[in-house]
Design a protein around this ligand. Structure first.
Ligand code: HEM
Length: 472
């Protein structure tokens, strides 16, 4: 039996250990606070000590406004965590993200890794290794090329039909258009007209987890990145608590459906099936990590929400677009399901000019709300870098937020805070339009640009005019 005296002795033997641990922690904190290279950069007081406060930005959905305010108050370079600075100077974009840049992705992307069959897998989005990135991209990028996407237009039409039929049935009732367009974009709606198996709800929870934990990525090792926690969660929730297994299960279900199809059952027409067929017909393997790219399809739904939001809030823009679609329809220029080529001829939805600008309304909505509204983060390579007049040491994380850059009045004009699609259509000023186009960060910039950009543009380019042609 343990006597009180023995217990006291045991506790006291731990005291030096606990003190040493605390001392180490204080030293590390002091080093972070006083580390050379960042001391001279303006900062909110708390940023010296912790990134914790940034979690609130993401948690309450105000990161876009929060970061704009930070830069208004502290200038083009702000320290937002002990080892992180954020930059709003457009001149830094190319240095950090430009083709051939040696800046690697920060640990922000760790929560996007996938645990499958007991292994943690990096993917195109998360990998930090240049060669691994090239290898992963080589196998997937051609499947998302514009040529490939054009041949896949027919996959968008059935979902658009389900959406339009449902809206016709529900005329006169209040519907959550945002939710509906998201179901439609993620191919989860089916005939049931709902978020089948709560995939969208799961994706939203997952997106929240990734954005919040991405602010303090080491937390991931103690949360969903931890095998034991993952196992316990799966037990408690019956496997429903973890987002990624749900989506991967959707993919596996689809594989089984494909197997059934080869046994003479009807084919499933969606993007997933298409990619699975491609895998069958080529020598290259489509791994589970490639399938995980499908998680990003949900972003198209969010972008569509933005487009409809800005169009509905801006009657003038809405009317111009409807008139343009109505006239093209009356002239017989639109097929029953509007093709991507036809949609590119709609000047206001998309610009007719040869300029870099296309998709005036769509581009403008995603300029106002770039969907990913927290900083894209990179790590400064060896040798350091000079940004905004400050010398920044190797290993420091630097981030640029599209939601800040997109409102820069020097680039986008004094009315940068207004939704004005016409800014993309000024045929007299090709140089200006090329310049604003170069600063659009909706799909990222450089080597790590979004591989789903063509898919997104094609889906949105077809869906928006199709819906507006049908409804006032
Ligand atoms: C409107 C919809 C979308 C938006 C706004 C969007 C935005 C972005 C952004 C900003 C990045 C760059 C991240 C960074 O540099 O840190 C990115 C990368 C990526 N996106 Fe998208 N995305 C969209 C749709 C999609 C879709 C549908 C897919 C599905 C294939 C996809 C797959 C990816 C992948 C795999 C990457 C990583 C690329 C790389 O690192 O090489 N995205 N996306």
């Amino acid at each position: 039996m343990t006597t009180p005296c023995h217990a006291l002795n045991t506790i006291s033997s731990f005291i030096p250990l606990v003190l040493a641990h605390h001392l180490l922690w204080i030293c590390r904190l002091l080093f972070k606070v006083l580390q050379p290279g960042l001391r001279h950069i303006p900062e909110p007081w708390l940023a010296k000590f912790t990134p914790l406060w940034r979690i609130w930005f993401v948690w309450d959905g105000s990161a876009h406004v929060g970061y704009r305010r930070l830069h208004e108050r502290y200038g083009p370079i702000v320290r937002t965590a002990p080892n992180v600075v954020n930059i709003s100077d457009p001149a830094a974009i190319n240095t950090i993200f430009g083709i051939g840049s040696r800046f690697t992705k920060s640990l922000f992307y760790t929560p996007f890794t996938v645990r499958y069959d007991g292994e943690v897998m990096d993917n195109i989005l998360s990998t930090n290794d240049f060669d691994e990135h090239k290898r992963l991209k080589r196998s997937v990028a051609p499947k998302y090329s514009m040529t490939s996407m054009r041949s896949l237009e027919y996959l968008v039409d059935p979902c658009t039909k389900i959406f339009i039929d449902a809206m016709m049935d529900l005329q006169g009732q209040v519907v959550d258009l945002g939710a509906w367009v998201q179901w439609c974009a993620f191919d989860v709606m089916g005939a049931e007209r709902k978020d089948v198996r709560n995939v969208i709800a799961g994706l939203e929870m997952g997106a929240m987890y990734m954005s919040v934990v991405g602010q303090m990525p080491w937390l991931h090792n103690y949360l969903l990145g931890n095998f034991t926690v993952g196992k316990v969660l799966a037990k408690i929730t019956g496997g429903k608590g973890d987002l990624l297994p749900v989506v991967i299960q959707m993919v596996l279900d689809s594989i089984s459906q494909d197997d059934a199809e080869s046994a003479g059952k009807p084919a499933r027409a969606d993007f997933l099936s298409f990619f699975l067929h491609l895998q069958e017909n080529s020598m290259e393997e489509m791994s589970h990590r490639d399938m995980v790219n499908h998680l990003m399809d949900n972003l198209i739904g969010i972008a569509l929400r933005s487009v409809f939001y800005y169009l509905m809030k801006n009657k003038h823009a809405y009317q111009i677009l409807q008139k343009e679609i109505g006239e093209a329809h009356a002239r017989g220029k639109l097929s029953p399901y509007i093709t991507y080529t036809e949609s590119l001829r709609l000047d206001y939805l998309k610009s007719l000019t040869r300029l870099a600008s296309r998709q005036a309304c769509l581009k403008e909505a995603m300029r106002m709300d770039p969907i990913i509204s927290f900083p894209l983060e990179r790590v400064v390579p060896s040798g350091g870098v000079a940004l905004c007049g400050a010398q920044i040491l190797a290993g420091t994380i630097v981030g640029i937020n599209a939601a800040v850059i997109h409102r820069d009045t020097d680039i986008f004009g004094l009315d940068a805070n207004e939704f004005r699609p016409k800014r993309w259509l000024d045929k007299e000023d090709e140089a200006r339009i090329k310049r604003i186009d170069r600063h659009l960060m909706t799909f990222g910039i450089g080597d790590r640009t979004c591989i789903g950009k063509n898919l997104s543009n094609m889906e949105m380019g077809k869906f928006v005019p199709q819906v507006l042609r049908q409804f006032d």
